[in-house]
Design a protein around this ligand. Structure first.
Ligand code: GLN
Length: 254
């Protein structure tokens, strides 16, 4: 039997440019949940002009950002990074892209004064709307877990993302706007590659998704990860659900 992996290597794309609404909290949360379990954690920051090398990471994270910062990232992604990420996502390997980062994985993000190239790794196109879609949001995914797949967070985007037939959504909107405010779809999912409009940051408010991503990245089942005391995390999820108007009936008293 192969020894269990003891280290999670996280490639974070554009950590300074794409880090809006405390999205960095997602990375800190992953690190803490690894460290609490004695799993090593290595951050591989990849900025504009840096190379992304195959074999140096197990998980890819891309956060959200402002339109003007997305322009630089969208241009920088073209070429080698686009090829590598296209392959990675094509194989459904572990990745989380939030908001602006999610938009960059599609064909393009365009608007009256905006033309940001995407990498075409997913069948999605984003156009800029004339009003921002803002507020608390809850969605239902089919990832299971202790909240029956429900994730809660907060969204703030001008972009409207429409998925083509080749890329399924991450979930359906319970409350809030989602991909485009009308389709009822939220995010995308291909295997363990996920994109979403949920900020929050997402993972501290949806602790079990962090464990799902850690397990997928290490090639383990979630049940193989050491159990942690999740009372605070469950309370954070309960509050996020309540704010979004999608109460969590199983919420523990805290
Ligand atoms: N700039 C993009 C938009 O407004 C993404 C925003 C974000 O990442 N929150 O749609």
């Amino acid at each position: 039997m192969l020894p269990k992996p003891t280290e999670l290597r996280v490639a974070v794309l554009y950590p300074t440019l794409l880090n809006i609404y405390a999205d960095r909290g997602n990375i800190d949360f992953l690190r803490r949940r690894c460290e609490w379990r004695g799993i090593g954690y290595t951050l591989v920051p990849v900025g504009v002009g840096d190379s992304l090398e195959a074999g140096t990471f197990d998980f890819v994270y891309i956060g959200g950002g402002q339109d003007r910062d997305q322009v630089r990232c969208g241009e920088d992604l073209q070429g080698h990074k686009a090829e590598l990420l296209g392959d990675w996502i094509g194989q459904g390997k572990p990745l989380l892209a939030v908001c602006g980062g999610y938009q960059l994985l599609g064909e393009a993000y365009t608007g009256p004064d905006l033309s940001i190239p995407g990498i075409g790794a997913i069948d999605a196109r984003t156009t800029q709307g004339d009003r921002r879609l803002i507020g608390p949001i809850a969605i239902r995914t089919n990832l299971g877990g202790p909240t029956d797949g429900v994730l809660a967070g907060f969204e703030n985007h001008a972009g409207r993302t429409v998925l083509g037939g080749k890329t399924p959504p991450l979930g359906t909107v319970l409350t809030g706007h989602g991909n485009d405010g009308s389709s009822g779809q939220e995010g995308f999912r291909h295997g363990a590659s996920l994109g979403t409009y949920l900020h929050g940051p997402l993972l501290p408010k949806n602790w079990w998704l962090a464990d799902w991503l850690i397990a997928e990245s290490l090639g383990l089942a979630v049940a193989e990860l050491a159990q942690l005391d999740d009372s605070l995390e469950r309370a954070a999820h309960r509050v996020a659900r309540s704010v979004a108007g999608a109460e969590w009936a199983d919420a523990p008293a805290f």
